[in-house]
Write a protein that binds this ligand. Structure first.
Ligand code: LLP
Length: 431
C-alpha cells in the first residue's frame, strides 16, 4: 500500500481513510475523486511541526493550491494554520470565497493581468511574487493609483533544474518564470524596486522543480538564495527578511518512489539555511515553502467503473473506464506513473497486465500502460491511486464529459466537497 490511508477490508474491498471505496462508488457514482482528510491535515502538521522543531517556527507554509483548488481545501488549510499560494484570479477568488484571510495568500504567476494585480491589491493579499520587470512596473503603477504599499517577493531563477534525474545547475536561464541571476537581471530588478514607493521588497522566492526526491538541490538553493539576499542588502540596502523555497517535495505514486519524509526534508532545508546564513553573515530569514502535491496528492484516488475489457490477442488488453484524460491528463501529458487496484477485488493477486484506457475520442487517452492489476471485468470498480494532485485541477470537459465529483473521507465517514458536473452545467455558458 502506498500510504497508511489505504487498506483492504474483510470484504476484500479497497479502503481509503477507513471508507470502503466500493461503497463510495455506489453512493456517489463514478468517476469519483476521493481524498483522505486526516492525511491532508497530517501533511500540513508535519511541515509545520518540522519548522517548529528545526527553526523555532520562524516559517510559513503555503499550500500550493494549483495542485487541488476548491473552497474546502482552503478552509482545511486555513484551519491547520497554514497559508496558500494562488496563481490566478480564479484561485484567489476561490480562496477568498472560502474565508482564507487575504494576508495568508501569496499571489504567483508569470503573466498576471492588470485586472488580476488590481484584484490582488484590492483584496490586500499578503504577498505578490513578482515575476518580471514589466510586472514590477505595472504593479507599482496600480499600487500608486490605489494609494497602497504592497509587500512583494521576487521570483528568482537560482540556476538549479531538478526536472532531470541528475539535476543540473546551469541552463535554467531558459525558463519562463522569474528573474535570472546569471545575467544580472535579478540585481537590476532589485535596484528598480528599491526606488519604488508603492512596493516593499521583503523576500525572494525560487521553485526548483516538482516531484523531487533528493535533498541536495534544496541545500544548493539555500546557498544561492542567502548569498543573493546578502548581496542585495549590501548593494542596495534592501532588507530581505524572508526566503521562499517553493514546493516540489516528491510523493509515492508507485512503490518504486522513495520520498524523503517531511521532517527530514525540512530539517535539511533549515540546516542549510542556517549554515548559509552563518557563511554569509546574514540574519536568519523567515523560511517559506509551497508544497502542493505533498499535501494533497498521496492519500487519494479516483474511482472508475469498468465498461469493457478488450483483449487484442498477442498485442494487449485494454480496460476501458468511464473517465480518462478528461479527469486525469497526466499520463497523456507526462507519461506519469500510477498504481491501480480493482477495488472490489483488492485482496486478489495482481496477475493481469493491461492498459487502462479512458472514454475520450483519442488514442492517447490512456491512464496507464502495461500495468498489473487484478483480473477485471465489466462493472468492476477500478481505483487509480494518488490522484489528488493535478488531476481535478487539470481536468477538462473534453468531449463534453462532465467533471467528476470529489469526496472527502474521514475515519470512514464521507462528504461531497465538489459536486459532479451535470449536462446542464456543460451548456450554461453556451449562447
Ligand atoms: N510553487 C511554485 C511556484 C510552483 O510553480 C509549484 C508547482 C509549486 C509551488 C508546487 O509544487 P509541488 O509541491 O506540487 O511539486 N502539473 C504538473 C505539476 C506542475 C507544477 C507546477 N508548479 C504535474 O501534474 O505533475
Amino acid at each position: 500500500m502506498l500510504t497508511d490511508s489505504f487498506s483492504v477490508n474483510s470484504k476484500g474491498h479497497l479502503t481509503l481513510g477507513g471508507a470502503d471505496t466500493v461503497e463510495l462508488a455506489k453512493e456517489y457514482g463514478t468517476p469519483l475523486y476521493v481524498f483522505d482528510e486526516n492525511d491532508i491535515r497530517n501533511n500540513c502538521r508535519n511541515f509545520k511541526n518540522a519548522f517548529d522543531k528545526y527553526y523555532g517556527g520562524n516559517a510559513r507554509v503555503y499550500y500550493a493550491s494549483k495542485a487541488f483548488s476548491c473552497k474546502e481545501m482552503y478552509r482545511l488549510v486555513n484551519s491547520e494554520g497554514i497559508c496558500a499560494d494562488v496563481v490566478s484570479g480564479g484561485e484567489l477568488y476561490t480562496a477568498l470565497s472560502a474565508g482564507l484571510p487575504a494576508e495568508k495568500i501569496g499571489f504567483h504567476g508569470n503573466n498576471k493581468t492588470p485586472d488580476e494585480l488590481s484584484f490582488a491589491l484590492d483584496s490586500k493579499v499578503g504577498r505578490i511574487i513578482v515575476d518580471n520587470m514589466t510586472e514590477l512596473e505595472v504593479l507599482n503603477e496600480i499600487a500608486k493609483e490605489k494609494g497602497v504599499k504592497q509587500n512583494i517577493n521576487f521570483r528568482i531563477k537560482p540556476g538549479i533544474d531538478c526536472h532531470t534525474h541528475d539535476y543540473i545547475k546551469t541552463g535554467q536561464i531558459d525558463c519562463k518564470f522569474g528573474f535570472a541571476l546569471e545575467n544580472g537581471e535579478a540585481l537590476e530588478a532589485v535596484k528598480a524596486a528599491a526606488q519604488m514607493e508603492n512596493l516593499n521588497l521583503v523576500g525572494i522566492h525560487c521553485h526548483i522543480g516538482s516531484q523531487i526526491f533528493e535533498t541536495e538541490p534544496f541545500v544548493d538553493a539555500a546557498d544561492i538564495m542567502v548569498s543573493f539576499a546578502k548581496n542585495i542588502s549590501e548593494q542596495f540596502g534592501v532588507n530581505i527578511t524572508e526566503i521562499n523555497f517553493g514546493g516540489g517535495y516528491g510523493i509515492k505514486y508507485t512503490n518504486a518512489d522513495k520520498p524523503v519524509s517531511k521532517d527530514e526534508s525540512i530539517k535539511i532545508l533549515c540546516q542549510a539555511v542556517k549554515a548559509s546564513c552563518e557563511k554569509y553573515n546574514f540574519a536568519l530569514p523567515t523560511i517559506c515553502i509551497e508544497p502542493g502535491r505533498s499535501i494533497v496528492g498521496a492519500s487519494s484516488l479516483t474511482l472508475y467503473t469498468v465498461g469493457s475489457v478488450k483483449e487484442i490477442k498477442n498485442i494487449r488488453s485494454y480496460v476501458a473506464v468511464d473517465g480518462g484524460m478528461s479527469d486525469n491528463p497526466r499520463y497523456a501529458l507526462y507519461n506519469a506513473e500510477y498504481d491501480a487496484v480493482v477495488a472490489n477485488k483488492a485482496d486478489k493477486a495482481k496477475d493481469f497486465v493491461c492498459t487502462i484506457a479512458g472514454k475520450c475520442c483519442e488514442s492517447g487517452d490512456l491512464i496507464q500502460e502495461n500495468i498489473s492489476i487484478q483480473q477485471v471485468e465489466k462493472g468492476d470498480i477500478l481505483a487509480v491511486l494518488a490522484t489528488g494532485a493535478y488531476n481535478y485541477s487539470m481536468a477538462s470537459n473534453y468531449n463534453r464529459i462532465p467533471r467528476p465529483a470529489a469526496v472527502m473521507v474521514n475515519d470512514g465517514a464521507s462528504r461531497v466537497i465538489i459536486n459532479r458536473e451535470t449536462y446542464e452545467d456543460l451548456i450554461k455558458k453556451d449562447v
